[in-house]
Design a protein around this ligand. Structure first.
Ligand code: ADP
Ligand code: MG
Length: 554
């Protein structure tokens, strides 16, 4: 079995044994029995993330015992073509997938399985193979046949496990299959995602796997960029010529309300990073979009690495008999990521910890560093500039062009350390990121899972280090639980951290609503900074003068 497929399976509940005391604080509290704690943590996490508690359906877990024995005996490997429930159960066991709902279709065991079971476009299959997507990942094995059977879907799979193709492949097929009475019939496929960066990335994936249909003009696709929005607004382009559109909610709803995009023909709706799009700040726009998708036969699907029960309830209200797929443990971090919690004492300790990592050769680029606010991201950027680390920064105050530019340079390797806020926490696929540093503790387990999911993608290994101070004693608890669930035996935290009590609902709310007030980032005294700045200005000024003199002479 392909290594990527093995690695992209979700994490299990086995707890890491390697508890270190590297950064431990002295503690008087006695550690209670390990087993009891494990049980209580498992219970707590299960409760927090209980995604499927609302309905009892048939479950693919029924045959688990039998399959356990077969897998243990090592005599049965799922075949590449899945033709019955026993083979399906074997594949699900191997993939750690749990599928619930009514009339669940069989998963696929290979992309070739699609052509034997469905009227699947051969050209779409060859586009996939040419792009080196040879074998489906676990989420793709389940989601594609569900979508091709025209079923609504709620899918939860780890970061970097191939969710994008899991929705794009059947979406393209469905749109190709649906009749188009005229060239200006209207948009039939719609994908919404929370950020421009992610929408762009989805669009690029869509371009790659539909390229033969684009060149033969069988498909017409677009990303709702600012330029396209302007053209639509000025009637330079008619949106009805597009078959599939990718957009962020805000831009889309503005154009829809201006009457320049009609969503009434949409047959396939994909909500990527669904929990984000149903969270405060987005939920109204998402709801607005849904209300404009008036086609009765619309199929809806939502994807994320984290789907809390509140979102599951909302999904219930807008979907028809959805099938739910979970790969691994819900809301778990990808198990290819080695996670570490580091107590830095105070704010100054964070910069010192980074410098310590540099001297211990632990600071291996490419690296992404997350902070809680734009101001703090800017401050760390200025601080690390002096360390000559090829740093750059992305946050919401930078223009889309600047953001694009930095991403390109980071992908090319010209930027080694990318400093950012939660604006880049979700979805963005930087293939080779070695290390994610949470300079500031994220405000929920979900935010943590997504942030660290920028590393360890597509089966690669990665490392995530989270700094915390005394002020973070509340916010760090959900993160500790995610680490405890991790199936990565190298993940570490200190024994005393286990004594942190579990969070009450109010405490969780408090963390979400108020970010911790922190001391300014800097280890360099102000006078030294001013001196440096004066020196840089002088060098810059003398360079400019020389250039002007050279120009005047020539
Ligand atoms: P997710 O949305 O689950 O976080 P992505 O869809 O961004 O993950 O995919 C992560 C990486 O895995 C991408 O680089 C993508 O090209 C790669 N990938 C996806 N599907 C496959 C596949 N079937 N075989 C090999 N690589 C894949
Ligand atoms: Mg994604």
């Amino acid at each position: 079995m392909d290594i990527f497929r093995i690695l992209s399976r979700g994490a299990s509940l086995k707890k890491s044994k390697s508890v270190t005391t590297d950064y431990s604080l002295p503690s008087d509290t006695q550690v209670s029995s390990q087993k009891k704690k494990e049980e209580s943590i498992k219970h707590q996490v299960d409760k927090e993330t209980d995604f499927f508690h609302t309905k009892s359906h048939h479950s693919s877990e029924a045959k688990d015992d039998k399959i356990d024995r077969e897998v243990a005996e090592g005599d049965k490997i799922p075949p590449p073509q899945i033709s019955n429930q026993d083979e399906a159960a074997l594949l699900r066991k191997a993939n750690k997938s749990k599928v619930t709902g009514l009339d669940i279709p069989l998963p696929i065991g290979s992309f070739q399985d699609l052509t034997s079971r469905f009227q699947f476009e051969k050209k779409l299959l060859s586009n996939l193979i040419e792009a080196e997507f040879v074998e489906p990942t676990p989420i793709q094995c389940e989601s594609i046949p569900i979508a091709l059977n025209n079923r609504d879907l709620i899918a939860c799979a780890p970061t970097g496990s191939g969710k994008t193709l899991a929705f794009l492949i059947p979406l393209i097929q469905a749109v190709l299959d649906s009749p188009k009475p005229s060239k200006l019939h209207g948009i039939r496929g719609l994908i919404i995602s929370p950020t421009n960066e992610l929408a762009t990335q989805i669009f690029q994936n869509l371009e790659v796997i539909s390229r033969s249909f684009l060149s033969s003009k069988k498909l017409n696709i677009a990303i709702l960029s600012k330029q396209l929005a302007n053209k639509l607004n000025n009637n330079i382009i008619n949106s009805s010529k597009y078959d599939i559109i990718v957009s962020t909610p805000l831009r889309l709803i503005d154009i829809v309300k201006a009457g320049k995009i009609d969503l009434s023909k949409v047959e396939q709706l994909v909500i990527d990073e669904a929990d984000k799009l149903f969270d405060h700040g987005f939920v109204e726009q998402t709801d607005d979009i849904l209300s404009h998708c008036t086609n009765n036969s619309i199929r809806k699907s939502m994807f994320s690495a984290t789907i809390p029960s509140s979102v599951e309830e909302m999904a219930q209200s807008i979907m028809r008999d959805p099938i739910r797929v979970i790969i691994g443990h819900k809301e778990a971090a990808n198990n290819t990521i080695e996670q570490k919690l580091v107590f830095t004492g105070n704010e100054e300790g964070k910069l010192l910890a980074i410098r310590q990592m540099i001297s211990d050769s632990e600071f291996k680029p490419p690296i992404i560093i997350f902070l809680q606010s734009i101001t703090r991201a800017k401050a760390l950027f200025h601080e690390l500039l002096y360390d000559k680390l090829n740093v750059d920064v992305i946050h919401a105050e930078r223009t889309p062009k600047q953001r694009d530019e930095v991403i390109k340079r980071f992908k090319k390797g010209d930027v080694w350390v990318l400093i950012t806020t939660d604006v880049l926490a979700r979805g963005v696929d930087f293939k080779g990121v070695n290390l994610v540093i949470n300079y500031d503790v994220p405000q929920s387990a979900q935010a943590y899972v997504h942030r660290i999911g920028r590393t360890g993608r597509g089966g690669k290994v990665g490392k995530a280090v989270t700094f915390f101070t005394k002020e973070d004693s509340l916010a760090v608890k959900p993160i500790l639980n995610v680490i405890k669930q991790s199936d990565n035996s190298n993940s570490t935290y200190s024994a005393w951290m286990e004594d942190l009590d579990k969070l009450t609902k109010n405490e969780k709310q408090k963390i979400k609503q108020h970010s911790v007030k922190r001391k300014q980032i800097s280890t360099v005294p102000k006078v030294v900074k001013q001196k440096r700045k004066r020196r840089e200005d002088m060098i810059e000024g003398s360079k400019r003068r020389k250039e002007e003199e050279a120009k005047a002479e020539s």
